[in-house]
Design a protein around this ligand. Structure first.
Ligand SMILES: Nc1ncnc2c1ncn2[C@@H]1O[C@H](COP(=O)(O)OP(=O)(O)OP(=O)(O)O)[C@@H](O)[C@H]1O
Ligand SMILES: [Mg+2]
Length: 381
């Protein structure tokens, strides 16, 4: 089903194979981190130099990927790609938001003295890890760094859980705007030589804000903005490069969803938002699908209704209960297909990849590899 017979429709394998960047997005808990790992492992096995950036992976998945400690740089994972002449390569990292932000500050500071002033600022320490959107911003920042400056054929990036796709795609611009904010300009008025009236107004404003949040916080904030003096353009420029990278034709957004009606609705919203920002969904991965228990011997062909009729006709025999159980399972699967059909049409011609719910958590490399076989179409589904 992952392969399409229709001419001109690409397969999931082709989408990943023709991409330099794959972004796994979708709402909370749908399987973004798992899918990012599966896609990266698969690409490495196929001979590509691959890196995956994960965000808060489940402990056991992190262990399987060799990420026992938080590292903000990719660490190599061994696998079949280590064979001589294979050509593939696999690295993984767990995003460290603060370390990435620090790196960005160091990059755009005019000198090490300015960088140190920012890094030591209490206000910066508080916002660099906690400001809403910082994690999204740093994920896209890391993506940019690896995609543009790294030597990889494929960069797979996981995204933080959110209901709003814009949190990720707009994050760089938001920080740039933050630094360019009117309030910031007002604060900076004294050093920028604005007219005295603005200065007086700024001081009055500062005093009233200080009453609420405390003079110390305001002092730190002013020092923080002051420390960023001259760096706005660097951030703006970087934001616009990230903006372009996310819209390149070899950057593929893979939307991960589950077949439950509420998460399908969330995925639908994601697709709308992405489209509104000039980004198409290049593949839809529907994770945790109810298995349809398809027949291999022809005895249980047909939909839930047909199987239920068969159960009724066998009432009183040893097989009736089995047919009823199968009819129930297939009815669930049909219900899920029903939830999905609108979304699948909306993202068409993007391929739709169906991943069945697994009996256990997906946390070891072997299991990830097995999911890869399903998703990339060689498990015969
Ligand atoms: N097909 C599946 N069958 C069974 N369990 C799965 C499947 N896919 C993922 N899981 C499990 O579901 C949990 C959530 O998956 P994952 O962490 O990949 O989701 P996520 O979208 O990254 O979540 P978050 O939004 O919190 O980051 C994990 O424990 C994972 O092992
Ligand atoms: Mg995750």
């Amino acid at each position: 089903m992952n392969r399409s017979d229709a001419a001109g429709v690409t397969t999931f394998s082709e989408v990943v194979g023709s991409s330099h960047v794959v972004v796994c997005c979708g709402s909370g808990g749908v399987g973004k981190t798992t899918m990012a790992a599966v896609i990266a492992l698969r690409a490495a096995a196929e001979g590509r130099r691959t890196v995956v950036v994960t965000i808060d992976p489940a402990r056991r998945l992190a262990d399987a990927l060799g990420l026992a400690e938080l590292t903000n740089e990719p660490a190599p994972i061994s696998g079949p790609w280590d064979e001589p002449g294979h050509g593939g390569e696999m690295s993984a990292m767990m995003l460290d938001t603060k370390a990435t932000f620090d790196g960005l500050v160091q990059r755009y500071a005019a000198d090490s003295e300015q960088a140190e002033r920012i890094l030591a600022n209490t206000f910066y320490e508080n916002i660099s890890g906690a400001l809403s959107g910082t994690q999204e911003y740093m994920a896209s920042e890391k993506l940019y760094e690896l995609a543009v400056e790294g030597d990889y054929d494929l960069v797979v990036v996981d995204t933080p859980p959110t209901r709003n796709a814009l949190d990720f795609i707009d994050a760089p611009q938001r920080l740039a705007h933050f630094l360019d904010h009117r309030l910031y300009k007002v604060f900076m008025a004294p050093t920028r030589g604005f007219v005295k009236a603005v200065n007086v107004a700024a001081q009055a404003l500062t005093r009233s804000i200080a009453k609420v949040v405390g003079a110390e916080v305001i002092g730190d904030a002013i020092a923080f903005f002051g420390a960023f003096e001259g760096m706005e353009s660097g951030f703006q420029e970087r934001a616009s490069h990230v903006h372009q990278l996310l819209r390149r034709s070899d950057t593929a957004f893979v939307l991960v969803a589950s077949p439950k009606s509420d998460t399908v609705a969330e995925a639908d919203y994601f697709a709308t938002e992405l489209a509104g920002h000039g980004i198409g969904v290049r593949a839809l991965v529907v994770n945790r699908m109810q298995p349809a228990f398809a027949a291999t011997d022809g005895t249980v062909a047909g939909g839930a209704a047909a199987i239920r009729a068969r159960a009724a006709s066998l009432e009183g025999t040893a097989l009736a209960d089995h047919y009823t159980a199968l009819a129930d399972a297939r009815q669930l699967a049909e219900g899920e297909e029903g939830h999905l059909s609108g979304l699948a049409e909306k993202v068409a011609p993007a391929p739709v990849v169906r991943v069945p719910v697994q009996a256990v958590e997906v946390t070891d490399l072997e299991h990830l590899d097995a999911l890869g076989e399903i998703m990339f179409g060689d498990a015969g589904n």
